[in-house]
Design a protein around this ligand. Structure first.
Ligand SMILES: Cc1cc2nc3c(=O)[nH]c(=O)nc-3n(C[C@H](O)[C@H](O)[C@H](O)COP(=O)(O)OP(=O)(O)OC[C@H]3O[C@@H](n4cnc5c(N)ncnc54)[C@H](O)[C@@H]3O)c2cc1C
Ligand code: SF4
Length: 348
């Protein structure tokens, strides 16, 4: 494989959304939108993805920034993860998203990586990233689902042919915040719920989101309904920085006047191809006290139906304990990245 030598392509640098959409429509499958470039450039340098045209979104000012709307906020797709981390509006009202953004990669990467790019990034399955012709790449096998494959990072749920997972830290936070994604194309604008934005592998194994060729993600909307709720984000990775989640958890919780859980939304990444919203846990905790007993039940419910591969059994107790802590600590303003190496599997 030739490394660090990109194949040539036509480069377009539109200054407005209309022109970008027109270019995306014109080039279709042969075109590629680029934002911060942290996922895209790896693919180009390894010559595994070789688009004919690259549409650089960096000059489109209308895709940047965080605005208050009548009901919540709207975040431009080009807003960087550092901007999210630091924005007073996010810190004060939607701290869950700021915490999730702060746990992505490294400060250097967060300075350029965008929220839109973080949501649209491809899976990190080693075999696929190496350019092997697996199912996801249009071939007829899965290299990760064999008795000796390196699959400790792979899926516990909703897996059939492909066992790759979503690596995004911000995606489960947006699912927990009940966000929606705004998509523009030549045929107009559509808005989809964040939890429906990600593509189940059973539906289309070749892509991670519902974006069709020609589609542009323009904004992310978060409703006011979860503003100021009790939040919890935690991520466990092999290294403390510059690393993807093995499992992460994001939750938003409201407590009623009697001290019981009124409502909760909770999602994990790193356990299946899409962020996994834990609706069973949400239903189970409603009306109960926020205590050890409720957290224990929630943790057990979260991992029901998990089907581990040969080397990812550890993800079951890990996910169970993350969910327990999310239920117990939502609202305690604790957000942490724990490295898996710093804890025993019993701790996890
Ligand atoms: C060393 C390293 C460590 C990392 N660690 C983490 C981590 O811990 N957690 C985590 O979540 N991520 C991690 N990442 C991934 C990184 O955060 C994402 O790759 C980055 O956020 C992508 O954003 P970007 O703006 O650079 O996207 P780009 O690379 O520009 O784009 C990514 C994909 O999204 C598409 N895209 C981008 N914007 C749009 C748009 N507006 N409309 C339509 N399509 C669009 C592109 O076509 C491309 O397919 C890591 C990456 C690296 C290199
Ligand atoms: S897990 Fe998916 S991406 Fe990885 S080798 Fe198997 S089919 Fe390919």
């Amino acid at each position: 494989m030739k490394k660090d030598m990109m194949q040539s392509f036509e480069l377009f640098q539109p200054a407005d959304v209309g022109t970008a959409v027109e270019l995306m429509d014109r080039w279709g499958e042969r075109g590629w939108a680029i934002a911060g470039g942290y996922d895209s450039l790896d693919w180009f340098k390894d010559r595994i993805k070789t688009p004919d045209a690259v549409i650089d979104l960096d000059g489109i000012e209308e895709l940047r920034g965080i605005r208050e709307t009548g009901d919540g906020i709207e975040i431009g797709a080009l807003t960087t993860l550092t901007e999210l981390e630091r924005a007073p509006l996010i810190r004060e009202q939607y701290a869950l998203l700021g915490d999730a953004a702060r746990h992505v990669a490294s400060p250097q990467i967060r300075n350029a990586a965008t929220l839109g790019g973080n949501l649209c990034q491809d899976t990190r399955c080693w075999y696929y990233r190496f350019g092997l012709a697996c199912y996801r790449a249009g071939g007829n096998t899965c290299y990760a689902d064999t008795p000796v494959a390196m699959n400790r990072e792979h899926a516990l749920f909703e897996r059939s042919r492909c066992v790759a997972v979503t690596p995004s830290d911000t995606a489960p936070a947006l699912v927990a915040l009940d966000a929606s994604i705004v998509i523009r194309s030549a045929s107009g604008e559509q808005v989809v719920a964040a939890e429906d934005f990600f593509m189940p592998e059973s539906k289309d194994i070749t892509r991670m989101t519902v974006l069709d060729p020609g589609d542009l993600l323009t904004a992310i909307r978060i409703p006011g309904s979860w503003s100021g709720a009790g939040f919890y984000f935690e991520k466990v990775a092999d290294r403390n920085t510059w690393d993807f989640p093995l499992v992460n958890v994001a939750s938003a919780m409201k407590i009623d006047g009697a001290g019981n859980i009124e409502a909760m939304r909770i999602a994990c990444a790193g356990v299946q191809c899409t962020p996994r919203r834990l609706t069973t846990v949400e239903a189970l905790v409603r009306g109960r006290r926020q205590d050890e007993a409720t957290a224990g039940l929630a943790g057990k419910a979260a991992v029901e139906g998990a089907r581990p591969l040969n080397f990812n059994h550890f993800k079951i107790p890990l996910m169970e304990n993350l969910v327990k802590r999310a239920v117990l600590n939502a609202g305690m303003s604790r957000a942490t990245t724990l490295t898996s190496g710093s804890r025993s599997s019993g701790d996890n």
